[in-house]
Design a protein around this ligand. Sequence first.
Ligand code: AP5
Ligand code: ZN
Length: 218
Amino acid sequence: MRLILLGAPGAGKGTQAQVICERFGIPQISTGDMLRAAVKEGSELGLKVKEIMTTGGLVSDEIIIALVKERIAQPDCENGFLFDGFPRTIPQADAMREGNVKLDHVLEIAVDDEEIVKRLAGRRVHPGSGRVYHVEYNPPKEMGKDDVTGEPLIQRDDDRETTVRNRLAVYHDQTAPLVDYYQRWAEQEPEEAPVYHRVEGVGGVKEISRQVLDALEG
Ligand code: AP5
Ligand code: ZN
C-alpha cells in the first residue's frame, strides 16, 4: 500500500496517518516531522529550513524531493508507505510521477479554514514520536503527557495564529492545485494514476478513521 494524505495544515493528516499506518503495517513519511527533527538536531539541513518553517513558508522543492527519494529507498519502505505532507507542490508531484514512484491512493481530508485555526491553537505533540493530541478534541490520558512514554507534550512553533493564517494561504496557493492534478490524472489514466478519495475531515476522530479505512479497503 502506497498512499498520499492530502489536506490543509491541521486537517488531521498526522492523526489519521497513525491509524492507517498501524492497519497496513507501513511507515509514515512526514516531511514536516523529518524537517522538525533536523531543526532539533541542529544539522546543516535544520539550520537551512528553521526560519522558513517558523514563518510557515515552504522549503524548496529540491531539498524536499532529495529527502523523500532517500527515505523511500530505505528497506522499511519495501511494502509501502504513507506520505503525510508530501507532495505539496506540482513539481514535487511531478518528481514522483516522472520517477515512476507508483502510488495506489490519494486521500484528501477536507476541512475549512476556521475549524483549522481552532484545531491548531489546541494542538499538542510528542516530539519524539510525532504523536498528536488536542487539549479538547483529542486529549491525552494525562494532561500534558504522551500516552505511550509519559514524556511531556509541546506546542509547535508554527501554531501561533498569524503563522497558521500564512500556512493556510500557502496551502491554497501551492498545494490545493494538487486536488485537481490527481483528480484529472485519475480520469485520464485510470490504470496508471492513484485512486482518488475525498473524506470530510470534520467530526469525531474515530468516525473519520472509519471513513478513511472504508475508502482504502473498499
Ligand atoms: P507539516 O508538519 O506537514 O504541517 P502541515 O501540513 O501544516 O500539517 P499539520 O501537521 O499542521 O496538520 P495535520 O494535517 O497533520 O493535522 P494533525 O493530525 O496534527 O509541515 C510543517 C512545515 O514543514 C511546513 O509549513 C513547511 O515549512 C515544511 N514542509 C513540510 N513538508 C513540506 C513539503 N513537502 N514541501 C515544502 N515544505 C514542507 O491535527 C491537527 C490538530 O487537530 C491536532 O491537535 C489534532 O489532535 C486535532 N484533530 C485531528 N483530527 C480532528 C478531528 N476530527 N476533530 C477535532 N480535532 C482534530
Ligand atoms: Zn502533521
